[in-house]
Design a protein around this ligand. Structure first.
Ligand code: HEC
Ligand code: HEC
Length: 248
């Protein structure tokens, strides 16, 4: 952490000078994404995991009143471009809120909201959303499928989710996003909204979202073809992502 912050500050200082020379700090900082840019200040140490797991779900429920308008009551967002938070892995929610706060993940909507939360608040909302049921909730008023689906897409998606594509070096999604295994910080996508999944895959592919540690998602998503990103979004947004083999 110390080492990261030190290199960040020296990098930032350099950029600041460059920005001053160019006369427009915002423009230069926004366009300046050197390959060694630190994707996130979050590190998966025991300390981080303990901090992310220490929240008070009841207090989180009260705080979540601020989030309901967009993320839906009980975490099921009615808007397909806004993510569901119900039952998401705690570490994943925690990391995203920390990244929004640190501006490592840029969102004009979530940035100021996350900044308004204290470290305690973050742990509490994480405890609340992480404990909500993922399926069969009366508050889930979404209708499926969320995207017009192409009949050929189901097999494209389920192959990538279960097997990946060895010839292009793409690992199976389920090795990190479940149900087979979970990588710390990788959210379950099983009941996510389609348009949100598509937007995130596109953002990773074009680098506008760059907060993935060791860049698995920027690498994988850039290797996918456009129709594959659509197929995966349709699949996960079908509400059936729990078990790829159970799909039509
Ligand atoms: C005005 C609407 C709005 C409100 C209010 C709002 N959010 Fe969000 N939230 C969004 C949108 C839109 C995104 C997706 C941002 C993106 O596309 O990068 C998002 C993304 C997130 C994510 C990332 C999820 C993921 O799977 O990566 C988390 C976590 C989150 N919000 C938590 C919260 C919490 C906690 C609150 C309340 C304290 C809250 N949000 C309030 C609109 C909102
Ligand atoms: C090697 C592990 C790994 C593999 C394989 C992987 N992912 Fe990810 N993915 C991650 C991690 C870690 C994150 C969280 C990045 C971060 O910290 O912001 C993530 C984030 C995402 C997100 C954003 C989720 C959110 O809630 O914001 C989407 C969508 C996604 N991955 C889709 C996929 C798809 C589709 C595949 C298969 C083609 C895939 N991933 C394969 C590790 C992986």
């Amino acid at each position: 952490m110390t080492c990261n912050s030190r290199s960040f500050f020296s990098g930032k200082f350099l950029r600041f000078i460059l920005a001053g020379v160019a006369g427009s700090s915002l423009l230069v900082v926004a366009n300046d994404t050197p390959p060694d840019r630190i994707p996130s200040y979050v590190e998966w140490t025991q300390h981080t995991i303990a901090a992310a797991s220490s929240g008070d779900a009841f207090r989180g429920m009260l705080l979540a009143k601020r989030c309901e308008h967009c993320h839906g009551s009980e975490g099921f967002s009615p808007v397909a471009s806004t993510p569901n938070l119900a039952g998401l892995d705690k570490l994943a929610i925690w990391k995203q809120l920390e990244d929004f706060r640190a501006r490592k993940r840029i969102s004009p909507v979530m940035g100021p909201i996350a900044e308004s939360l204290t470290v305690h608040d973050v742990a509490d909302v994480v405890a609340y959303y992480g404990a909500l049921p993922v399926f069969s909730d009366p508050q889930d008023n979404r209708s499926f499928p969320q995207m017009r689906s192409n009949p050929d897409h189901a097999s494209v998606a389920s192959r990538l989710i279960s097997f990946g594509d060895g010839s292009r070096g793409i690992p199976p999604c389920q090795a990190c996003h479940g149900p087979v295994a979970y990588r710390p910080g990788a959210a379950s996508l099983m009941n996510q909204n389609s348009e949100y999944v598509l937007n995130q895959l596109e953002a990773f592919a074009n680098g506008s979202r760059a907060n993935d540690i060791n860049m698995p998602m920027r690498t994988i998503s850039a290797l996918l073809a456009d129709n594959e990103r659509h197929a995966l979004a349709e699949f996960y947004g079908s509400g059936m992502g729990l078990d790829p083999n159970s799909s039509k």
